[in-house]
Design a protein around this ligand. Structure first.
Ligand SMILES: Cc1ncc(C[n+]2csc(CCOP(=O)(O)OP(=O)(O)O)c2C)c(N)n1
Ligand SMILES: [Mg+2]
Length: 287
C-alpha cells in the first residue's frame, strides 16, 4: 500500500469548481425537499466530481455506448452527490433538481437506472455494488472500459463486499477501481463504535488488491492517483480519508449530517457558504 503525501502540479481547478457547483446543487435539491443523506454525499462528492470531470469515458450523448466506463455508487444513499454531478455535467436538465424527493421524481433517496440517465445500477441496499462492478469489469475486460465503484466505510460491514473483493483478485480483474469513502461514520455513530472495519487498506491488500490511501478532498492527489496505470492483473482500491458533511460548516464532521433535515435558515447559510467558495474558485479560474 502506498500513501500519497504530495501531489504533482496538475491543473485541478476545473474539477474543484465542478465539486463546488455540485455542492450547490445539493443545497438546491434540499430546497425542494429539506431532508436527505447529505453527510455521506458531501464526503465523496470531490472524488465523484474528479471522476466525471476527467476520468470517466462516458458522456450524456453516449450513455448506451457498450464500451463506456461504468460508475456504480454502491453506497446508494450518497445519491445526492451523483445527482448533483450528473446535472452539472449535462446528463439531465437542472430543472429536475427541483423535483428531488417529490412524488414520482427521478431523484429519489437512492439512484434508479430506470428513471435517470447516467445511473448504471440500482443501489442502496449496501454491499452489492462491488459484486456488480466485478461482474461488469469481467464482462468488459477485453475492452478499454473501466469500472469505478464508490463505497462507504460503514458499508464494509456487509460480508458480500468481501466476496466481491476476493473474486476480483481471483480473476485478476484490473479494469476495476473501488473508491472507499472513509469518513469514519455511518448511520448511527462512528464506524469505530458501530462496526470497526479498520485497517481498511490492509484488508483490501490482504485480499490481493493494489491499495493507495489518500485525502479524499484533495483534487490534485485524486487526479494523480486516478491517473496511475492499474497493475496488470490486480484490482485497485483507493482509500479516501474524508470528512462527513464536508463543505457545510454546520454539519461537517458530525454523525447528525448522515440524514440532515435543515430548516430554511440553515439552508440559506449553507447556500451562502458554498456560493462564496464557488466565487473564489471562479476568480482563480479566470486568472
Ligand atoms: C443492507 C443494508 N443495511 C442497512 C442499510 C441502512 N443504512 C443506510 S446508510 C447506512 C450507513 C452506511 O455507512 P457508510 O457506508 O459509512 O456511508 P456514510 O453514512 O458514511 O455515507 C446504513 C447502515 C442499508 N441501506 N442497506
Ligand atoms: Mg461512512
Amino acid at each position: 500500500m502506498s500513501v500519497v503525501a504530495q501531489a504533482d502540479q496538475v491543473n485541478t481547478r476545473s474539477s474543484a469548481l465542478l465539486a463546488a457547483r455540485a455542492r450547490l446543487n445539493v443545497v438546491r435539491m434540499l430546497e425542494a425537499t429539506p431532508a436527505g443523506h447529505v453527510g455521506g454525499a458531501l464526503s465523496c462528492i470531490d472524488a465523484v466530481a474528479v471522476l466525471y470531470s476527467d476520468f470517466l469515458n462516458v458522456a450524456p450523448d453516449r450513455i448506451d455506448d457498450p464500451i463506456r466506463d461504468r460508475f456504480l455508487l454502491s453506497a446508494g444513499h450518497k445519491a445526492l452527490a451523483q445527482y448533483a454531478v450528473l446535472a452539472e455535467q449535462g446528463f439531465f436538465d437542472k430543472a429536475i433538481l427541483d423535483t428531488y424527493g417529490l412524488a414520482n421524481t427521478a431523484l429519489g433517496g437512492h439512484p434508479d437506472m430506470h428513471k435517470l440517465p447516467g445511473i448504471e445500477g440500482n443501489t442502496g441496499a449496501l454491499g452489492h455494488g462491488l459484486g456488480l462492478g466485478v461482474g461488469m469489469a469481467l464482462g468488459l475486460r477485453e475492452t478499454d472500459a473501466h469500472v469505478y465503484v464508490v463505497m462507504g466505510d460503514g458499508e464494509l460491514a456487509e460480508g458480500s463486499n468481501w466476496e466481491g473483493a476476493a473474486m476480483a483478485a481471483h480473476y485478476g480483474v484490473d479494469n476495476l477501481t473501488a473508491l472507499v469513502d472513509v469518513n469514519g461514520m455511518q448511520i448511527s455513530g462512528t464506524t469505530a463504535e458501530v462496526m470497526n472495519m479498520e485497517q481498511i487498506g490492509a484488508k483490501f491488500e490482504a485480499f490481493g488488491w493494489n491499495v493507495t490511501e489518500i485525502g479524499g478532498h484533495d483534487h490534485e492527489v485524486l487526479h494523480r492517483v486516478l491517473s496511475e496505470e492499474p497493475k496488470p492483473g490486480v484490482p485497485t482500491a483507493i482509500i479516501l480519508r474524508t470528512i462527513k458533511g464536508c463543505g457545510i460548516s454546520e454539519i461537517a464532521g458530525t454523525v447528525g449530517s448522515h440524514y440532515w433535515k435543515p430548516n430554511a435558515e440553515q439552508l440559506a447559510v449553507a447556500r451562502t457558504e458554498i456560493e462564496e467558495a464557488i466565487a473564489v474558485l471562479e476568480s482563480a479560474e479566470e486568472k
